[in-house]
Each structure stands twice: as structure tokens, then as C-alpha cells.
Design a protein around this ligand. Structure first.
Ligand SMILES: Cc1cc2nc3c(=O)[nH]c(=O)nc-3n(C[C@H](O)[C@H](O)[C@H](O)COP(=O)(O)OP(=O)(O)OC[C@H]3O[C@@H](n4cnc5c(N)ncnc54)[C@H](O)[C@@H]3O)c2cc1C
Length: 393
């Protein structure tokens, strides 16, 4: 297993870094304040192939692998984690699940639109009463002549405001919660799909997050994505992949904060010396750098497993929890190093600290990641404390 990027991936990193510094960096503060991203940004992302990174070229995508996706996520997140989150969910979750589970007709209909940015995708599993225990969703899809009728609620759906397409999960067999869930591809203009207002968030503000209401929403049987009652199993497989791209966002956040901290410690003087002369500061910078490298290596290992066609449930969870906690530690440390100035809204380190906290919550919290890892260590048959969640996590 090699952890070096190949020449194509290195080129990709340079292209995305250049784009992010020219076209995103000047606007990050304004987009964070406005809590939105402009439409033109998505057009430009599409023209660079960043909205169909892993989509088969036969359907208009760039046909790259998951390691390449982590490069995109890290490079975008160095500058703006909200953009990286929007792009990562669209690619890794929505394009990912349609590519993996869709039939030929669904792929032909939707992947070219997603890869070209004509349609942005959202992936809707979480519900108001069900987050970590995702196998217990309550949204129902009742079978009717020619299709299904969906009723229920979704919560915290990234890209949900902008999306033209939703991958939605609903119970098709209420007798068997996690083994009775199916996935559906639902276009935005479907009658009965109500998109709620944007949530007012602590961080990741420019990435839109909305609730959805499904009210007697009729969909045809052609919207079923993958096999009936196997949607949740597909979701778990997709999350094993998407968490790696998500972890790369955390790495990017930490890299951006360390770069700011390095610059600041060499320009700010106290006690007659630059901050970088003080050992306490130097050691902090050293620890930040070491944690970032370790996080990136975990990301690359998990991506390499996926790219080799192997499973990576434990490795994805390890990359995700370690990278998320690295992002929080490094981004918080960077604020500390900036002193009072780090506490001002004008500073990028302030925004990154808010953005970083989300990395410990989204796509499975750090507690859930530890649950996944420990189950792999101990085996599913090992007794757990009463009240432990069921084994589908
Ligand atoms: C900005 C944002 C964007 C999001 N985007 C999406 C999206 O696009 N699509 C989507 O489907 N979802 C999305 N989510 C939802 C996200 O995945 C959930 O918030 C997350 O999985 C946690 O679920 P919850 O918020 O319901 O917390 P809960 O599950 O209620 O957990 C609350 C706390 O209890 C802990 N906990 C729960 N169970 C256990 C246990 N057994 N042992 C120990 N601790 C436990 C959790 O770790 C957490 O700390 C998003 C969330 C946010 C905030």
C-alpha cells in the first residue's frame, strides 16, 4: 500500500488548490456571514469535474477513485469546509449510492445531470427523532399500485435547500426496521415533498442544512434505488466510503489552521521575540503537524482499501474519528495561538474552529465511530452493556 499520490492525483490537488485560492478564498467570510453559496460556484465546480469525481465517464463523470475524492475534499476544506461538505455529500453519498445501487435507467437519467451540476444532490437519512440509531427511521413508504406513498420527516439534510434530487430512506417493511428500509430517488418537484427553511448553524454556515416533510408523496416504482428493503444496507456501505471523504474535510480544516498558526507565530511578537521563538508554541505547532499527518495517513489507508475493492468499516471509522478530533484540537489550538485576535469573526481560525466541531457530529458521531471500531475489535458476539444499540451500526 502506497500513501503517495500518483501524478494524476497530484495534478488534481494543484488544480483544486489553485481554484480554491483564486475563486473561493476571497469570498469565504462573506459566504459564512450570508450562510449561503452562490450558484456560479457550483457551475465552476462542475466545469472542473468536481461534481462527478467518481462517476463513470460513461455517465459524464471524471471516473476517479476515492483517494482522488479525498484530495478534492482536503484541498477545498483548507479554504472553505462548507464548500467541501456540499461537494463531498453530492459526490460520495448521492452520486456514490446511485452509482453503486442504481439500475441502468437511473444511472443514465441522473448521473450526467449530477456530474454536470445541472442537479445538485442531497442524501436524507436522519430524522427529527432518529440520528445515531439510523436503522430505526420512522418515515414510511407504503406500497401502492405502481409505486409508493411516503410520509414522514427528515432532519439536517445537507444541500437540501439547493438540491434538485434527493436520495431518501423510508421503511418499506415496518416489521423489520433496519432490514426493511428502502432508498428512493426523488426529484425536488415531486408533489408532497416540502423543503423547510435553512437551519441557523454554529459552523458550516455556508453549506445549507434543511428539514424535509414528506406528505402523502406518491412516487413511481422506478424511483426505488437498489433492492426493496436493502436501502439501509446500501447506506452503510456508502457511509464506509463517504466517511473517508468526510475525514479528509477534517484534515483540510486542520491544515488550513496550522498554516495560519505558522504565519502568525512568525509575525506576532511578545516579550521582544516572535511567538515562534517560544518552546511552548513550537511544541504546539509540532503536535498539530504530527496529528495532521497521522490523520491523513488514516484517510489514505482507508481510501486505498476501498480503491482496492476491499471493505474498510473499521478503517473508515478510525480515519473519521481521528481526523475529526484532530480538526477540533488543531483549529482550537490555532485560535489560542492567535490570542484575542483569534476570537474575532474576521479571522479564518475563528470560522474553522466552528466548522471543525461539526466533524465530530456528522456522518456518525465520534461515540458511534468508537462503537464501530470496538465492535470490530471484540466481535459482535461480545456482550455489551444493557442499552447498547443494536448491531446494525
Ligand atoms: C450540519 C449538519 C449536516 C448534516 N447533514 C446530514 C445529511 O446530509 N444527511 C443526513 O441524513 N443527516 C445529516 N446530518 C445528521 C447527522 O448525521 C446527525 O446529526 C448525527 O448522526 C447525530 O445524530 P443526532 O443529531 O440525532 O444525535 P443523537 O443520535 O441524538 O445523539 C446525541 C448524542 O448522544 C450520543 N449517543 C447516541 N447514542 C449513543 C450510544 N449508544 N452510546 C453513546 N453515545 C451515544 C451521540 O454520539 C451524541 O453525542 C447532519 C447534521 C448536521 C448537524
Amino acid at each position: 500500500m502506497t500513501f503517495e499520490l500518483d501524478s494524476t492525483q497530484q495534478h488534481l490537488a494543484e488544480v483544486v488548490r489553485d481554484f480554491a485560492s483564486r475563486r473561493i478564498a476571497p469570498h469565504v467570510r462573506a459566504w459564512d456571514r450570508a450562510a449561503s453559496l452562490p450558484d456560479e460556484l457550483f457551475e465552476e465546480l462542475a466545469s472542473l469535474g468536481l461534481l462527478g469525481v467518481m462517476v463513470d465517464p460513461a455517465y459524464g463523470g471524471a471516473g476517479m477513485n476515492l483517494t482522488a475524492m479525498t484530495v478534492v475534499s482536503e484541498e477545498l476544506a483548507r479554504v472553505d469546509a462548507s464548500v467541501a461538505l456540499a461537494v463531498s455529500n453530492h459526490n460520495a453519498l448521492v452520486c456514490g449510492q446511485i452509482s453503486a445501487a442504481g439500475d441502468e435507467e437511473q444511472k443514465r437519467t441522473w448521473l450526467p445531470k449530477l456530474a454536470s451540476g445541472q442537479v445538485i444532490g442531497a442524501w436524507a437519512l436522519t430524522e427529527p427523532k432518529v440520528g445515531s440509531d439510523a436503522g430505526n427511521i420512522q418515515t414510511r413508504a407504503a406500497a401502492v399500485e405502481g409505486g409508493f406513498v411516503l410520509n414522514g420527516f427528515k432532519q439536517f439534510i445537507t444541500n437540501g435547500h439547493r438540491a434538485g434530487l434527493y436520495v431518501l430512506f423510508a421503511l418499506t417493511d415496518p416489521q423489520h426496521p433496519h432490514r426493511g428500509i428502502s432508498a428512493f430517488i426523488v426529484p425536488r418537484n415531486t408533489d408532497g415533498l416540502l423543503v423547510g427553511p435553512k437551519e441557523d448553524k454554529m459552523g458550516m454556515r455556508a453549506s445549507d442544512t434543511v428539514p424535509l416533510t414528506l406528505e402523502n408523496m406518491h412516487v413511481g416504482s422506478e424511483t426505488l434505488l437498489g433492492r426493496l428493503n436493502e436501502g439501509f444496507l446500501d447506506a452503510l456501505r456508502i457511509l464506509d466510503r463517504a466517511r473517508i471523504s468526510f475525514a479528509a474535510i477534517a484534515v483540510g480544516l486542520a491544515v488550513g489552521s496550522l498554516a495560519d498558526a505558522l504565519r502568525y507565530t512568525q509575525s506576532r511578537e511578545q516579550f521582544g521575540h516572535p511567538l515562534s521563538h517560544f518552546q511552548a508554541i513550537r511544541f504546539q505547532l509540532a503536535d498539530m503537524s504530527t496529528r495532521i499527518d497521522a490523520a491523513r495517513l488514516l484517510v489514505r489507508r482507508a481510501a486505498a482499501l476501498q480503491d482496492a475493492g476491499r471493505t474498510s468499516t473499521r478503517e473508515s471509522a478510525q480515519a473519521k474519528v481521528f481526523a475529526a478530533e484532530t480538526a477540533v484540537a488543531v483549529c482550537t489550538g490555532a485560535v489560542q495561538i492567535h490570542g484575542g485576535y483569534g476570537y474575532l469573526k474576521d479571522m479564518a481560525v475563528e470560522r474553522r474552529m466552528r466548522d471543525a466541531k461539526f466533524m465530530e457530529i456528522g456522518q456518525g458521531t465520534s461515540e458511534i465511530m468508537r462503537m464501530v471500531i470496538s465492535r470490530h475489535l471484540l466481535g459482535r458476539s461480545a456482550p455489551e452493556r444493557p442499552g447498547s444499540p443494536p448491531p446494525w451500526i
